[in-house]
Design a protein around this ligand. Structure first.
Ligand code: ZN
Length: 295
């Protein structure tokens, strides 16, 4: 099984209590859907667990289970779902129409909805490399419009993806470990996060071994000036009330930094619970700086 499929199976098993979040998850799961004749909606999944989850979600929301069909041979199986629902058809047509603002169509009701939408999109369209080999998270959308839809949602949580044209669609991707880690955390894959952090730590240790050790003084100086800049940035974000609007994990890291002005990066890492890697924290601090720069 691929690493991405392991992540999918982890995500499929997580319970979702709120109806609004279930709705958001379903919208994500159906990002790759296309319209067939007679207002039928069709969607294809490569993973059986995802197809089963999508089927249950569709039944719950649209009142009727979709027709499900398995195609292909062992190792290259597809699970095709098809259903007709006037309300989904309407949503689908609205999403496709470039004149519409995505935000006004999806209408997420609670703070958790957007994360569930991203989870659904990953289940349907995502790939994630084994972090022990490389950091690469990608969503493969069927066309530019749907890529715009997902890209907009990722940007809203602070992670605008890079874009690439692939032969079978449009890829939205992240290659830096900090973004990969944060987006996976947002989707709720806790087990995967630990794997990513572990591989980061292994990599950090290897890199440190190779690094010269006679620049301690220089590093201390760097740490102090970096800390000063970070605290100034956090102050500015608080003054403008912008800090409260940032995602929770950024607020948590901001407060840890703010309350420990003299701490080194390693000490700040140790103050995080749930744990975070050094590069993950670095990424968050850089994010806070760039948010402050916008002010
Ligand atoms: Zn919700």
């Amino acid at each position: 099984m691929s690493f991405a499929d392991e992540v999918r199976e982890e995500l499929c098993e997580l319970p979702i209590k709120k109806t609004c979040c279930q709705k958001a998850l379903t919208a994500g799961l159906l990002l790759s859907a296309h319209e067939d004749e007679g207002k039928m909606v069709k969607v294809r999944y490569k993973n059986e667990m995802v197809a089963t989850l999508a089927s249950a979600m569709i039944r719950r929301q649209y009142g009727k289970a979709p027709e499900s069909e398995m195609r292909g041979a062992c190792g290259h199986r597809f699970y095709d779902l098809s259903f007709s629902s006037p309300s989904f058809h309407k949503l689908y047509m609205q999403l496709r129409d470039t004149k519409n603002e995505v935000q006004s169509i999806l209408r997420f009701a609670c703070d958790g909805c957007r994360a569930m939408f991203l989870r659904g999109a990953f289940l349907a369209l995502g790939t994630l490399n084994d972090p022990h080999k490389s950091f690469h998270l990608e969503f493969l959308l069927p066309d530019e419009r749907m890529a715009d839809v997902l890209s907009g949602e990722l940007a809203k949580v602070g992670y605008p993806p890079r874009r690439i044209t692939r032969k079978n669609g449009v890829g939205l991707y992240f290659k830096d470990s900090g973004s990969v880690e944060d987006v996976v955390a947002l989707m709720g894959a806790q087990h995967t996060i630990f794997e990513i952090i572990n591989s980061r730590i292994e990599r950090d240790i290897r890199n440190n071994e190779n690094r010269a050790t006679n620049c301690v003084a220089k590093n201390i100086e760097k740490t102090i000036s970096a800390a000063t800049r970070q605290i100034e940035a956090i102050n500015l974000l608080m003054e403008h009330g912008k800090l409260d609007r940032l995602p929770e994990f950024l607020r948590v890291s901001a407060m840890v930094r703010y309350r420990n002005p003299d701490a080194t990066l390693d000490e700040l890492v140790a103050l995080h619970d749930p744990p975070i890697s050094k590069s993950g924290l670095n990424h968050r601090l850089a994010k806070l700086l760039s948010e402050a720069e916008e002010l």
